[in-house]
Write a protein that binds this ligand. Structure first.
Ligand code: HEC
Length: 272
């Protein structure tokens, strides 16, 4: 009997000891879900709740259409179907759908912004040059000619980037009339969404850096087509001098060549 009492006492003590422990455990392990646990509380059985429609992550509100899309109106482009789906367009819908889309896009060309959405300083252009040399030069080449060119003396001037030299589709030159007249928004759009066989760069290059690259492309275009009358008189003189020197050197080389040819002919005739 005494033994029984003793047992009961110790059992009671053990129970007493358990009470605060149980209480503590409740607070340390509340009934919460681990990632992707099923749930019988929500009708769809998922504990991970979908985002409320229209949710915008902090820092991702893009109401400024010119800055983020290069366009006056954000809705003027079918963002989920960029033009670089040309490859899949052929397989899926055939050519006519593609052509229609192109026409649609052409109609929207007017919506491209013609002005940069923030002031372009020397610093911005230099940053653009830095990004251009990382992301674009491999195909477009340092001056943006996109492929090798032949100068008027028949000399081959290397113009294409390393990837093009290895056989990638050569891009058009930035110095053709169409691209010199294209609004800045078009360049921004090409970087953002890709163009034909050119991949898109919206994941790699943030919007402001894309604009900096566009500013640098404008600088490249000017470097190859600067209106002479906008140079200062000193610059015009320097330019005329250097052009005259180039012309003189070219003439001298030509005379030298024809002189060598005629003396070779004379030597040949004398030998006969
Ligand atoms: C992998 C090679 C490659 C890279 C890298 C590349 N491009 Fe291109 N780009 C092309 C090709 C190819 C085309 C021509 C696409 C076509 O017409 O199908 C092109 C076309 C263009 C055009 C002309 C679009 C038009 O209206 O004809 C612009 C502008 C341009 N690229 C800018 C850029 C800029 C800026 C970068 C860097 C951010 C860049 N590209 C990086 C290959 C490249």
């Amino acid at each position: 009997m005494r033994r029984c009492l003793h047992l009961l006492k110790s059992a009671g003590l053990a129970l007493l000891l358990l009470v605060p422990v149980a209480c503590q455990q409740d607070m340390a392990a509340p009934p919460s879900y681990r990632p992707l646990d099923p749930s019988d509380f929500f009708a769809d059985g998922r504990s991970a709740r979908p985002l409320v429609p229209g949710t915008v992550p902090r820092g991702h509100l893009r109401l400024d259409a010119p800055l983020f899309f290069g366009r006056n109106h954000p809705g003027s482009r079918i963002w989920s179907e960029p033009i670089n789906m040309i490859g899949t367009g052929f397989q899926a819908g055939g050519l006519s759908a593609l052509v229609q889309r192109e026409l649609q896009l052409a109609a929207l060309q007017n919506d491209y912004v013609k002005e940069f959405p923030f002031p372009i300083t020397q610093e911005v252009v230099e940053h653009g040059r830095n990004r251009f040399m990382i992301y674009c030069v491999v195909c477009h080449g340092t001056l943006g000619y996109g492929r090798d060119t032949i100068d008027r003396d028949g000399m081959r001037l290397p113009g294409g980037g390393a990837i093009v030299q290895r056989g990638y589709t050569p891009p058009p030159s930035f110095h053709i009339d169409r691209l010199r007249q294209a609004p800045v928004g078009h360049f921004f759009d090409v970087i953002t969404n890709g163009y034909g066989s050119m991949p898109m760069y919206q994941q790699q290059i943030p919007p402001r850096d894309r604009w900096a690259i566009v500013a640098y492309i404008r600088a490249l275009q000017l470097s190859q087509h600067f209106p002479r009358k906008e140079l200062t008189p000193q610059m015009q003189n320097a330019l005329n001098d250097s052009l005259a020197k180039q012309e003189a050197a070219r003439k001298a080389a030509e005379e030298e060549r024809s002189h060598r040819q005629s003396s070779a002919r004379a030597a040949e005739e004398a030998g006969q």
